[in-house]
Ligand binder design. Structure first.
Ligand SMILES: NC(=O)c1ccc[n+]([C@@H]2O[C@H](COP(=O)([O-])OP(=O)(O)OC[C@H]3O[C@@H](n4cnc5c(N)ncnc54)[C@H](O)[C@@H]3O)[C@@H](O)[C@H]2O)c1
Length: 248
């Protein structure tokens, strides 16, 4: 394999499961050092699987302290940060807006969007010190179409698109690129475990896109890899749906 990321250091959030784990695997296969982070404990399994050039860091995305330490850890382990992949997130409680609890709204926005702001805030100075870097943030089709009962999740996923663009505009002159991947329904524990009371839901989701199937974590990882690598060297501030055509 052509090692497109040889010598690069990548932080991958949500690396204990689904797309985050697939992303850690693919970037590692391309030669990147990986800091796999999650709150589930799965980050240790991912790092153990990847072995050489990978390290686990346990962090809660809602904790500013954890995220500051995460970036410090990447720098102390591997000498810097070149790539930041914000993949980790959680789903909303499924109430309509009038029933939604304010604490849940704040928690989801903190985990799914404030974390993206914080990791960029802490990592970008290190990227600049190395002459540039690439940030890839994972949103959702919930950011660009209405999914009822997902107020907080939708707000967070739309907000992270906006702050990604701000980062792209602010730090492009210093060689930082920032892009967004928008997954459609993808076969991960988040989706498969989300509707235990509605077994027909996955068929419904398959039917929403012209390819008539769910995405696979590896297909999302490929898009993240594109943005992480120099294959996208003249691409910044973009939003790429990887959704089987669902959002067209
Ligand atoms: N699966 C889908 O259909 C789908 C669709 C659209 C967008 N997404 C997005 O794709 C990304 C990856 O999700 P996935 O489908 O691989 O789900 P997943 O549940 O397999 O992985 C998400 C990971 O995020 C971690 N996480 C959750 N809360 C955390 C916290 N407070 N601190 C640290 N880590 C935390 C979980 O432990 C988990 O390992 C997410 O941003 C998700 O919103 C998924």
């Amino acid at each position: 394999m052509d090692k497109k990321l040889a010598g690069k250091v990548a932080i991958v959030t949500g690396a204990g499961s689904g797309m985050g784990r697939a992303t850690a695997r693919l970037l590692h296969a391309h030669g990147a050092h990986i800091v796999a982070t999650d709150v589930s404990g799965g980050e240790a399994d991912t790092a153990a699987e990847l072995a050489k050039g990978a390290a686990a860091f346990h962090a809660d995305l809602s904790s500013e302290t954890d995220l500051a330490r995460l970036v410090d850890f990447a720098v102390s382990q591997f000498g810097g940060v070149d790539i930041l992949c914000n993949v980790g997130a959680t789903t909303s409680a499924k109430e309509v807006m009038t029933e939604a609890k304010v604490e849940d709204f704040d928690r989801i926005v903190s985990i799914n969007m404030r974390s993206v702001f914080l990791t960029m805030k802490f990592a970008i100075p290190h990227m600049i010190a190395r002459g540039g870097g690439s940030i890839v943030n994972v949103s959702s089709t919930a950011a660009i179409r209405a999914w009822p009962r997902m107020t907080a999740y939708s707000a967070a996923k739309a907000g992270l698109i906006a702050i990604t663009r701000v980062a792209a505009a602010e730090f492009g002159p210093q060689g930082i690129r920032a892009n967004v991947v928008v997954p459609g329904a993808t076969e991960t524990p988040m989706l498969v475990g989300q509707y235990p009371e509605d077994p027909g839901r996955l068929d419904y989701l398959r039917g929403l896109n012209p390819l008539r199937r769910l995405g696979q974590p590896s297909e999302l990882a490929s898009a993240i890899m594109f943005f992480a690598s120099d294959d996208s060297s003249y691409v910044t501030g973009t939003v790429l749906p990887v959704d089987g055509g669902q959002s067209m």
